[in-house]
Design a protein around this ligand. Structure first.
Ligand code: NAD
Length: 368
């Protein structure tokens, strides 16, 4: 049987720096766990524009469609700010998400105990937190028609349309229930069924999918505004939260920040199952290309490394190895290693991007 395939797109700014550390981890799994990947690397974003005049070539798009998973660093930077919208670095990422039809965006909010003091909430509220927000990514108010700004009499009117079909709701609900079965078996669906018809339909369809296919999973419903309050009051009451594109945009940022630094946050975007049963998948850190620290060895590689852990779990059925990697990250943090973004006001000597990657490899070795 051939090895699972992985397309690596480091991108711009700190993207290549953090991805170098992920390559160390990938090599470790090949050497020490017999888990070899067929890795190809390509360009996306500003670097692709520099080389080819487009942020994503058709050839790279084709590769992305045919691998088991894509792992992306970050795109963008001030150098590209004045480019036409159609060739901006971010367009490369948007094209990947759109053409791979990645409709379920997974954003874990996980708080490592060693960083609990870093949160704006009390340590006992966030310590040990491990929840997952699933945001519908390809429909809803960001895409619905009609949209635009038009004139009505003497004034301008801005219009966007919240629109969801049954099948769009059902497929992201299935993603949430499937995921919950691999976690603590609880899904909370959030919408505004009290004031929006699309919310009424959302609640109906989630309830129907649950009754027909996933009655073993515990399901609850919450209005999204109440959800925001509950997330800050006692986030540990949740396991998996599923919600639409707009509410998911807000709630996933809110939940992510419960846990501290942008340099720690991974994400996955999943689509429909391929012929081999694996979902189409793109894994990437939540952060951008951080031009203010690029090229200085200061970037925290953990968000990108944890994105690879998500790939192990959700694309390659290697949940135990994903846990091994997460525990290795936990260990180096508990040992006190910090990149500059994780330094508290008390200061200290931060480690470099490469030192953090090396320490995680050492912790992996110690786990054997
Ligand atoms: P950013 O995430 O790049 O940086 C925000 C702040 O967080 C900066 O101070 C940065 O130094 C810090 N930071 C981010 N990641 C870090 C890490 N791993 N380690 C340590 N510190 C880290 O967001 P921005 O400054 O708004 O955007 C910069 C560029 O990135 C822009 O061109 C933007 O369009 C692009 N961007 C890309 C993505 C993506 O590729 N998915 C996402 C967001 C922004």
């Amino acid at each position: 049987m051939s090895n699972p395939s992985l397309l690596i797109l480091p991108g711009d700014g700190i993207g290549p720096e953090v991805m170098s550390e992920v390559r160390k981890i990938i090599d470790w799994y090949g050497a020490k766990r017999g888990l070899a990947f067929d890795v190809t690397e390509d360009l996306v974003g500003g670097c692709a524009y520099d080389a080819h005049g487009t942020p994503l070539t058709d050839a790279t798009m084709e590769k992305a469609q045919n691998v088991d998973a894509v792992l992306l660093g970050a795109v963008g930077g001030p150098k590209y700010d004045d480019l036409d919208f159609s060739v901006k670095p971010e367009r490369g990422l948007l094209r990947l998400r759109k053409e791979m039809d990645l409709y379920a965006n997974l954003r874990p909010a996980q708080c490592f105990d060693a960083l609990a003091d870093f949160s704006s909430l009390k340590a006992d509220v966030v310590g040990g937190l491990d929840i997952m927000i699933i945001r519908e990514l390809t429909s809803g108010v960001y895409f619905g028609e009609p949209r635009g700004i038009h004139k009505e009499g003497n004034e301008r009117v801005g219009v966007n349309t919240q629109r969801y079909t049954e099948s769009e709701i059902a497929r992201v609900a299935r993603s949430a229930f499937e995921l919950a079965r691999r976690r603590n078996n609880k899904v909370c669906s959030m919408e505004k069924a009290n004031v929006m018809e699309s919310g009424v339909l959302w609640r109906q369809v989630v309830t129907e999918v649950h009754a027909a296919e996933y009655s073993d999973v515990e399901l609850s419903h919450m209005y999204a505004d109440a959800g925001a309050m509950q997330l800050t009051r006692w986030p540990k009451q949740f396991d998996v939260i599923v919600t639409d594109n707009l509410f998911g945009d807000l709630l996933s940022d809110l939940a992510a920040m419960l846990t501290g630094s942008l340099g720690m946050l991974p994400s996955a975007s999943l689509g429909a199952p391929m012929a081999n049963g694996r979902p189409k998948a793109l894994y990437e850190p939540v952060h951008g290309s951080a031009p203010d620290i690029a090229g200085q060895g200061k970037a925290n590689p953990i968000a990108c490394i944890l994105s690879f852990a998500m790939a192990l779990r959700y694309s390659f059925d290697q949940g135990d190895e994903a846990t091994r990697l997460e525990k290795a990250v936990e260990k180096v943090l508990a040992d006190g290693l910090r990149t500059a973004d994780l330094m508290g006001p008390e200061g200290g000597a931060p480690v470099s991007t490469a030192q953090m990657g090396d320490a995680i490899v050492t912790a992996l070795n110690a786990s054997l």
